[in-house]
Design a protein around this ligand. Structure first.
Ligand code: PLP
Length: 425
């Protein structure tokens, strides 16, 4: 580790990520500033998946043979590890395909609750309300639009201030006695804004509403404890936190998971099956139909170990210093507007910006020619872009392996793009 124990040893970290050794366009070294879309994977994660396939590969929770037992141990071990990482019990962690599926699971369970005795708290009736925000990724927006269409519930949303914060002035009025669920991001993938989820959860609970936090951009980047947040459900994806694709997490409070009906059905989630009907296993298995993604779980467990070894507070501090540097560097470029908060207070390391007079796709292409990978477009947050007055933006997002020199290269690249396209500087 570093000579300064409070700092990450980024040089050592970079050596753990094989992809960072490669060159990209024009033989430039790779500057990967797109971790908000998906993170790179350390060798430990790749090794864990490979080891699973080489030594233990078989169907978890199905085989009675040794390999089957080992696969089950790997899968359930990963569940326990993920649970500890977010301050939950193992039985409160459901493995899904990704954050998107985790959110859909709750939204579909709510409409499926219509016919289930004992699931009254989840039942959504015409005229009930669902509260989301304008800041949401489509993954935490479209499923709630669909739930409102299926049930006749009214979709309402909190708006965003011009500096990219949630407008909470009317929070108390927006959550009513008819609000069934409040679904809010814990860190915006565009502006980096970190809304006060614990405060929102308190107000929601006072009015009897459930609370789901979309933690796809927070669990990878800051310490997250579900009890401190006080949420009922939390969704995130492995692939954004150094882990493999194909596995995500839904945390649900134990008594809530026990009360909700399944979303996807089939093998592995049933208790008994007759031709006339079936009964289901208790959670979390009730929500995990099909052969489980045990190799992916092994990779995710290795990612959790890796992040825990670094320490999530140090991860957050490292990203804060990169974000501060980026905000300073972009502020100095005429014709560049950062979307969202211009300080690091309650803000994570996603920095979306507009370069006046240059289309984001052109900015992205010029940066790519220099070896700098950023995301361009609406980043699956179209309504938020409209509110902030742009169709699209360029986004740099940081993680444990990024260094300040890469932020400088980004700023230099933006200046180059401005010159290249004759934009005002
Ligand atoms: C804030 C946020 N929520 C949800 C998602 C969806 O994640 P996934 O595509 O892994 O399901 C993303 C992905 O970009 C995101 O940034």
């Amino acid at each position: 580790m570093s000579a300064f124990p409070e700092h990450l040893d980024v040089e050592a970290i970079r050596a753990d990520f094989p992809v960072l050794a490669r060159t990209v366009r024009n033989a430039n070294p790779l500057i990967y500033l797109d971790s908000g879309a998906t993170s790179q994977k350390p060798a430990a994660v790749l090794d864990a998946e490979r080891e699973f396939y080489e030594r233990h590969n078989s169907a978890a929770h199905r085989g009675t043979h040794l390999l089957g037992e080992e696969a089950t141990d790997v899968y359930e071990g990963a569940r326990a590890k993920v649970a500890a990482f977010i301050g939950a019990e193992a039985g409160e962690v459901v493995f899904t395909k990704n954050a998107t599926e985790a959110i859909n699971l709750v939204a579909y369970a709510m409409s499926n609750a219509a016919s289930v005795p004992g699931a009254g708290r989840f039942r959504v009736l015409p005229g009930d309300e669902i509260l989301i925000t304008e800041m949401e990724h489509h993954a935490n927006l479209v499923p709630w639009q669909q739930l409102s269409e299926r049930t006749g519930a009214i979709l309402r949303w909190l708006t965003v201030t011009p500096d990219g914060r949630l407008d909470l002035e009317n929070l108390d009025r927006m959550i009513t006695g008819r609000t069934k669920i409040v679904a809010v991001t814990h860190q915006s993938n565009v502006t980096g804004t970190v809304p006060p989820v614990a405060e929102i959860a308190r107000t929601a609970h006072e009015k009897g509403a459930l609370v789901l936090a979309d933690a796809a951009q927070s669990v990878p980047h800051q310490p997250v404890d579900v009890a401190t947040l006080g949420v009922d459900f939390l969704a995130f994806s492995s692939h954004k936190m150094l882990g493999p694709y194909g596995i995500g997490v839904l945390f649900g409070r134990a008594e809530l998971l026990a009360a909700i009906p399944p979303f996807l059905t089939g093998g592995s989630m049933i208790e008994t099956v007759r031709m006339e009907g079936s009964t289901f296993l208790p959670p979390p298995q009730r929500f995990e139909p099909g052969v489980p993604p045990a190799a992916e779980a092994a990779g995710l467990a290795a990612a959790v170990d890796y992040l825990s070894g670094l320490g999530m507070s140090r991860v957050a501090a490292h990203e804060e210093s990169l974000t501060a540097h980026a905000l300073d560097a972009l502020r100095e470029i005429n014709g560049v507007r950062v979307l969202g908060p211009d300080t690091t207070k309650d803000r994570g390391g996603a920095v979306a910006f507009e370069v006046q007079g240059v289309h984001p796709h052109d900015v992205g292409q010029v940066l790519d020619e220099l070896g700098i990978a950023v995301r361009t477009g609406h980043h699956c947050a179209w309504p938020l872009h409209r509110t902030l007055g742009v169709q699209a933006s360029t986004r740099a997002s940081f993680y444990v392996y990024n260094i300040h020199a890469e932020v400088d290269a980004l700023a230099e690249g933006i200046r180059y793009a401005q010159r290249f396209f004759g934009a005002r500087q």
